[in-house]
Structures are given as C-alpha cells and as structure tokens.
Write a protein of this length. Structure first.
Length: 202
C-alpha cells in the first residue's frame, strides 16, 4: 500500500515492478514509477487523485500492467479501479489507446498485446537475440514435465513464459558478469516489431 505523500508532475508511467521499469527504460526517458505489484495500483491512483495539485501538474498518466492469466478479468478490474478513483474511462474505451480525462492524457496498456493472456515476459520472449538458446529452454521445460517432479497441473502458460525468460537470462549471466542490465540492453531486440504497439502507446 502507498503510505507516503508523493508529488507527481509531467509525464508518468506506472508499472507493476522493477523488472517492468528496467525494461521500459529501453524505450523512454519518461518518469517510470514501479508500485511493487498490481495490487498496489488502486493505492497509487488514490495517492494521485486525492491531491489536487497532482491533477494540475500531470500531463499524462499511463499505466502498463500484465494481463496474467485472464485478460478479460484484468480489463474489468482496471476499469473499476480507474472509476473508483475519479478517472472514469469512456464506455467504449479501447485498451492500448489514450483519452483525455480531467485535462490529463490517460491510457492503459495490458501486456502482451491488450487482447491475450500473458505478461511482459511473453512479449520479451518474442524479441530475444540469442534464439539458439530457445530450444534448450524448451527442452528444459519438457525435461521437467517428464521428471518425477513435473509442473503442477495448475501452472499456466503465463507462468511458463516467466520461467522461460528466467532461464534465458540465467544462461547468459556468466557472459555478462552477472549484470542483468547488460543482458537486457544486449540480448533483447528493442527494435523488434513485437514492441511496435507498446512503443506507439508510450
């Protein structure tokens, strides 16, 4: 929960966590605020809308979150959270676009593509440069499922994607002296077309 009073101004992008913030820095120099998880979004928006000076000083407020395991539930929840905080989205709002609310440019992007289940990891997996490692990663996933300790039947595709990206990064750590930032900068193709809609949104 957001317990402190923060002054907001200019162009703001709210993301769920540190990984999202680190990744998006490859696209923009705008002010990125990570909130420590999706459940804290309602508190962050409360912190913004409860202070009139924020609404006067903010030019744009963009929220980028994961769909996770149910894109439709995520959309309904986001609409409700914004509504509860005095930022009512139009009835026909299209996720991944921006609208003007109370003089502020407001928008929500749900990764990976505003229409599918998944997450940042789902998107990033489409853009990795060392593609020769992907069969190894798929093999590791298959090996786990064939072992005496397979993935739980409740494990979702989204969770598998997160595991795959962790494996990809782990395989490259020694090459980059365990510097995660260098791996992101050098092993992800930020010019990949899979990022086109996200770039346009930002």
């Amino acid at each position: 929960m957001v317990k402190h009073k923060r002054i907001y101004h200019g162009d703001i992008i709210i993301v769920e966590g540190k990984t999202d913030a680190a990744f998006l820095k490859g696209f923009t120099a705008k002010n990125i605020i990570e909130i420590g998880g999706y459940d804290n979004l309602k508190f962050e928006l409360q912190s913004i809308t409860n202070q009139p000076e924020n609404l006067e000083n903010i030019n744009s407020l963009l929220v980028i979150v994961d769909a996770d395991d149910d894109i439709n539930i995520r959309k309904l929840d986001l609409i409700q959270i914004f509504d509860d905080n005095g930022l009512k989205l139009p009835d026909n709002y299209q996720f991944g676009t921006k609208v003007s609310i109370k003089g502020i440019t407001v928008g929500i992007f749900i990764m990976p593509d505003n229409s599918s289940n998944g997450s940042l990891e789902t998107l990033v997996l489409q853009s990795v440069k060392s593609t020769q490692l992907l069969p190894c990663i798929d093999g590791a996933i298959a090996c786990r499922n064939q072992s005496t300790k397979p993935f739980n039947q409740k494990t979702t595709t989204n969770q598998i994607d997160k595991t795959k990206l962790e494996l990809y990064i782990s395989m490259l750590l020694a090459d980059y002296e365990f510097n995660h930032r260098d791996i992101i900068d050098n092993e992800i193709d930020f010019n990949d077309t899979c990022f086109a809609n996200l770039k346009s949104f930002i």
